[in-house]
Design a protein around this ligand. Structure first.
Ligand SMILES: [Zn+2]
Length: 309
């Protein structure tokens, strides 16, 4: 093969490689849409008005992927369980691709206070408050300087604090361990019900039962959620802003009730990327992407990006 031909092939190969890899990892930059075409995504009556630099009648939109983790185990990987090496590879990927982990407070401040969000924001959420979050995730969060949103189940936290059982197959975090993690500034604590994280007596998680009167449902949900809310305030001095819906099972009444209780946002298990605008309503239906075993961050971000229209 002549040198010229060889050079030509090399250039084509290099160009193909660049084209293939470039769009892999990042979501579209902040976009602005005309208010007339943005439909429901346009803020209705936001007191803060139009963000700086955005022309009147346009609305800034930020794409925010929220990743959902549950348990990390060395010996057992399943749908919701990954191993520590997988978690580290996710954090490494985020660092190498210039993502910045943000918390619910950052999102709320953006929507309510007009505070800017970093470029390439991403949210890492851990549900249920397993002890493995402390043993396996926390050291890596410190090493990679990454923040997480941790949603705890009140009864599990109380039970394991009392009993002191630290078996990594099933144990949950205790209040002293939560305190230690909160001290680091890398953990944001949120409410995942006191004792409605189960399926019993016809109720799935905290969802309204079929045929249950709204008044009765409101009483059950309010009592349970506020019990944990008060406990978190008493134990940590922090007031959770966000309600994390068990199993992602909810209806419109669930959202109306938690709004009434003062929550500013809700994390669901609906699949997709969030388009964050200044419309406060969007905060009550935040979508998440489940990180399963053998489904690395690079792939799940690539897949979810296809849902953006
Ligand atoms: Zn859960």
């Amino acid at each position: 093969m002549s040198n010229k031909k060889y050079l030509c092939i090399c250039v084509i190969l290099a160009a193909t490689l660049i084209i293939l890899t470039l769009p892999l990892v990042h979501f579209p930059k902040h976009t602005k849409e005309e208010a007339t075409t943005a439909g429901a995504e346009v803020s209705a009556g936001t007191p803060t008005g139009t963000p700086a630099g955005v022309p009147a009648g346009a609305e800034e939109k930020i794409y925010l992927p929220i990743i959902m983790y549950h348990d990390i185990k060395k010996n057992n990987s399943g749908k919701d369980i990954i191993n520590p090496g997988e978690f580290e590879s996710d954090l490494k990927f985020l660092k190498e691709n210039n993502y910045t982990s943000i918390t619910m407070q950052d999102v709320i401040d953006y929507v309510y206070e007009d505070k800017p969000l970093p470029e390439n924001p991403i949210m890492i959420t851990f549900d249920d408050g397993y002890l493995t979050t402390y043993r396996y995730a926390y050291p890596l969060l410190q090493e990679y300087d990454t923040k997480i949103v941790l949603s705890i189940i009140g009864k599990s936290t109380d039970d394991f604090t009392r009993v002191g059982d630290d078996h990594l197959q099933y144990a949950h975090l205790t209040w002293p361990l939560l305190d230690e993690m909160l001290e680091s500034g890398l953990i944001e604590i949120q409410n995942h019900t006191y004792n409605l994280h189960s399926t019993r007596a016809g109720r799935v998680g905290c969802k309204q039962k079929r045929g249950e009167a709204l008044q009765d449902y409101e009483a059950v949900l309010t009592e349970d959620v506020m019990k944990l809310q008060q406990e978190i305030i008493d134990m940590t001095g922090i007031t959770p802003t966000t309600f994390t819906i068990p199993y992602g099972e909810y209806n419109d009444n669930t959202i109306e009730i938690i709004k009434k209780l003062g929550f500013q946002a809700a994390l669901t298990c609906d699949y997709g990327v969030n388009k964050i605008t200044k419309d406060k309503k969007t905060l009550y239906h935040l979508k998440r992407i489940c990180r399963s075993h053998n489904y690395p961050m690079s792939e799940l971000l690539e897949d979810v990006k296809k849902t953006i229209r």
